[in-house]
Design a binder for this molecule. Sequence first.
Ligand code: MLT
Length: 261
Amino acid sequence: MMEKATITGNGLKYKRYGQGEPLLLLHGYPLDHSIWEPTAKLLENDFNLILPDLPGFGKSHTLAGECTLKGYTDAILGLLDALQIERAYLCGHSMGGYIALAFACLNPQRLRGLCLVASQAIADTPEKREARLQQAERVLVQGVGEVVAGMPALLTVDVTLQEHLRQLILEQSPQGVAWALRAMATRGDSISCLKELNMRVAIIHGRADKIIPIEKAQEMHQACRDGNLATIEGAGHMPMMETPLATAEVIRSLRAGRRSS
Ligand code: MLT
């Protein structure tokens, strides 16, 4: 059962369960909160878990206005305010990691620690940006079938999981998917901000990630003041579903005084 927070006139749906300090888990593109469930279930005794559907995905409405990561970070800020949470841990998967890092740069005082899963801190190349903008146009005309064609095989080698993710992608709205493509295309480089961040940063990356090469995680790790990089054998782009035990263990290490490698 999902709850709903009203944020500046818009609604954000989320799930909440577990005991401890709050931990927000942000899903990647073009998916929803459910990708986090296999790992979140293992963390119920460690954190109070909050799993939102990002605007435009799952059961949350697409945002109005300019398509930028700031739209998403404002929604997360609104969610923390609506739930009266002063400080939380924040963990994001891939695009959710772009959003989590942007949030940390804008609102560091609201975070206890950051976790970036299968993500990166650099901006798109001009070619990638252009390809995303063109894909956004096509999705609005042809629907999300356009996205689903090649993506599941890039997400994981597990064929059962591929089929599950294919169905999940097909459930997403063309408007939300196009919004995300445009927001990712316009994002800047966050390496310099990562260098300044004064909080623990856990980085998790599957050794077999076909979407974001492992070197991007290593670049982030080198930039962090207090960073921890865990590369996971047997995981592709979806460690929270492919290797939940290992993923949960690293997320637990975010809490003060604990480390995992
Ligand atoms: C994601 O998994 O969130 C996206 O594939 C990231 C991206 O396209 O840059």
